[in-house]
Design a protein around this ligand. Structure first.
Ligand SMILES: [Ca+2]
Ligand SMILES: [Ca+2]
Length: 192
């Protein structure tokens, strides 16, 4: 078996096991879903950082992730919603992360922190109150598909990883956002 084929199989296996875990948590826990919570309203997250357009990106990513997982109905009418997810982007850090032998920056890391409150609008209690952090790694000089960096930290590198392409900093931001969105959905799933 070639290395490339092995890597592809490894990736497929990890996707399948992820689906399995998500599937199990959905089916085994769906029975005890908080009975009064059937839908959620997700206003645009507050951005406390100077990173441009980050609230739009992360809010829509979380809305999409919840819709894809089909766990709660998303409604835009705040007054009639059973629950609300309030999000705040509390911190962005973006800078040198590692250096080569010549003390030149070899990797930059974009890190994003988002604090979330998932509020039960009937009891006014927080179902979740948690801060989530995600990061992506990138190089200023190279294309993510040839930079020798595992940008999304999934163990698959460069041309073997179909996720590593495009503008390097943009990719790192999207990786951080995707990680946070999927952690938030997992956190919601784990409450029932
Ligand atoms: Ca990777
Ligand atoms: Ca790469």
């Amino acid at each position: 078996m070639t290395m490339e084929l092995k890597k592809r199989l490894k990736k497929l296996t990890s996707i399948l096991s992820l689906l399995f875990v998500v599937g199990c948590s959905y089916y085994s826990m769906a029975g005890s879903l908080p009975p009064n919570i059937n839908n959620v309203n997700i206003p645009l997250f507050i951005n406390e950082t100077s990173e441009f357009e980050i609230s739009e990106k992360i809010t829509s990513n979380i809305v999409d992730e919840i819709a894809i997982q089909n766990i709660l109905k998303i409604i835009n009418d705040e007054k009639n919603s059973d629950s609300t997810i309030l999000g705040k982007i509390t911190n962005v850090s973006d800078g040198p992360y590692s250096f080569d032998v010549n003390e030149q920056v070899s990797e930059y890391r974009f890190t994003l922190s988002v604090s979330i409150q998932w509020v039960d609008n009937i009891s006014d209690k927080n179902l979740i109150e948690q801060t989530f952090t995600g990061f992506g790694t990138y190089s200023l000089d190279n294309d993510p598909s040839t930079d020798g960096i595992d940008n999304d930290n999934d163990g698959i590198l460069d041309e073997n990883d179909e996720d590593e392409f495009g503008d390097s900093r943009e990719l790192a931001i999207n990786i951080a956002i995707n990680k946070i969105a999927s952690d938030i959905v997992n956190s919601i799933l784990s409450t029932w």
